[in-house]
Design a protein around this ligand. Structure first.
Ligand code: SF4
Length: 475
């Protein structure tokens, strides 16, 4: 993360002022919860399935070493090679080395958040390789030199006009009229990418899951581009996090039943492919070399800690789609490839809390994220833990620390607490104004909550504290 990436308040303000992003987020707030609810309503055993999903992820994480070695054994038996990368730099070096050894010039990729996390494209381009993203959203933002704003819909922040203008700028074509139709854009992107697919030397995908029982890397997409990336070039490299392993195909089945329903409100994604290794004798197609790069990059440090539970995440994006903060500011404000509640828990683990201290604070702790998470990750608790660490480590703002110290002192001195609260309640009553429907409302405060009062008001207090009212209540 750069210093600009870390300025969460400034990036949030910028996001709130972007009309296209705000329109997309409004659509997301309206559609995604309804789609998810409808899809899960068709699952009679949703609660039991969720519990099984949680258990299977926990089991794999408790025995991570065992299942990763089991997975490696299966891959090697199928003719593939597994590489272990402790850091982002190591992972990038391994992938670049494989490409160079293959004499590759052109690399195609399908969407993978891990490769975004380790900035693989930049590393490969720095070594002279041409890299093309083939997921439509990723392709668009690659042309624009941007990063994903959502883990499943990377170009969520863009409207048709911006995408059309991007294609007009980058695709060298004769045009009689501006590009405005989504269908035309799709056809054009497909035509551009077709040639890239055919010329590619190496294909790089992520993996939604790795199955230890069979050695499968599981690719889940809606566009089918990952299948072409995996099958057409002479070398296929899977780059994924070590936490993606599951024990059995049965476990995979449970997770797949929840993944697409939680993500996009569909019972299954359009393409679910299990890749097992290089082309075998007699196969009509497939890569001649198959490599899997297992990336740690901070994950194993979470094992055995109270934050291990975030490693259950299957990147479905439900917590983003339901988060009142994410759906107000979008993903770029977080300054990290992982955004929303899961990003606010994961990014401090990967980047350090000192650089990301605003992220765990960017939550109302309403609990919606935990409610919709298909693997029941206790996101609010994990966010609170980061906040406690920030406070203990002196990372919070001085004004916040002073306010908390004052609150702590008042809370342990009841006489002063009652006196201070009574004064505040009377002052708030004096500052309130009559409301049209009766009663009184607070419309602004001179020293606090300007952002809040810019768009909403509050009912005024009665003029007496709750404790005073309680004492004088009718028996
Ligand atoms: S934390 Fe849960 S809801 Fe959020 S992306 Fe991960 S699995 Fe989905």
């Amino acid at each position: 993360m750069t210093p600009a990436d870390m300025d969460f308040p400034a990036r949030s303000r910028a996001a709130l002022a972007q009309p296209t992003l705000q329109r997309s987020l409004q659509g997301m707030r309206r559609m995604m919860p309804a789609l998810r609810s409808a899809a899960l309503a068709g699952l009679p055993d949703h609660a039991a399935l969720r519990e099984r999903a949680r258990e299977s992820r926990d089991h794999a994480l408790e025995h991570l070493g065992h299942y990763l070695l089991e997975y490696e054994r299966r891959v090697v038996a199928a003719g593939g090679v597994v590489h272990w990368a402790r850091t982002a730099a190591e992972a990038n070096d391994i992938v670049a080395g494989l490409c160079e050894r293959a004499g590759a010039r052109r690399v195609i990729k399908s969407k993978s958040m891990v490769t975004e996390e380790i900035r693989l494209n930049e590393a490969l381009e720095a070594r002279g390789l041409g890299v093309t993203e083939t997921d439509l959203g990723e392709y668009i933002i690659q042309l624009r030199g941007e990063r994903p704003s959502h883990i499943l819909a990377p170009a969520l922040h863009l409207g048709l006009a911006e995408i059309g203008a991007t294609f007009e700028r980058h695709h060298r074509r004769e045009r009689r009229a501006p590009l405005t139709e989504a269908g035309e854009m799709l056809v054009e992107a497909r035509a551009e990418l077709r040639a890239v697919f055919q010329a590619a030397d190496v294909g790089i995908t992520g993996a939604n899951f790795l199955v230890a029982e069979t050695g499968a890397a599981v690719l889940v997409t809606n566009e089918g581009n990952a299948d072409l990336v995996a099958a057409l070039p002479a070398m296929h490299i899977v780059v994924t996090g070590i936490e993606k392993v599951v024990a059995t195909l049965d476990d995979l089945g449970v997770l797949l039943r929840l993944l697409a329903r939680s993500a996009i409100g569909e019972s299954l994604s359009s393409y679910t492919t299990l890749v097992h290794g290089p082309r075998r004798a007699g196969d009509a197609a497939g890569p001649r070399e198959f490599h899997v790069v297992l990336v740690d990059n901070g994950r194993s440090a979470l094992l055995g800690t109270s934050r291990q539970e975030i490693l259950r995440c299957i990147r479905c994006s439900a917590c983003l789609n339901h988060c009142p903060v994410y759906t107000a500011i979008g993903g770029h404000a977080y300054g990290s490839v992982y955004s929303g509640p899961m990003g606010a828990v994961l990014t401090p683990a990967f980047e350090g809390l000192a650089r990301t201290v605003d992220l765990p604070a960017a939550s109302t702790l309403c609990g919606r994220c935990e409610e919709v998470c298909p693997v029941a990750i206790p996101l609010p608790r994990l966010l609170r833990e980061w906040r406690e660490d920030a406070l203990r480590g002196g990372l919070t703002r001085p004004a916040e620390r002073r306010a908390l110290r004052l609150w702590q002192w008042l809370a342990t001195h009841p006489v002063w607490y009652r006196f201070a609260l009574g004064a505040v309640v009377r002052a708030l009553r004096l500052m309130s104004v009559p409301a049209p429907g009766g009663g009184r409302r607070l419309r602004h405060l001179p020293w606090f909550g300007q952002g809040w009062f810019a768009v909403r008001d509050l009912p005024a207090p009665q003029g007496r504290t709750f404790q005073a009212q309680w004492r004088s209540r009718e028996p």
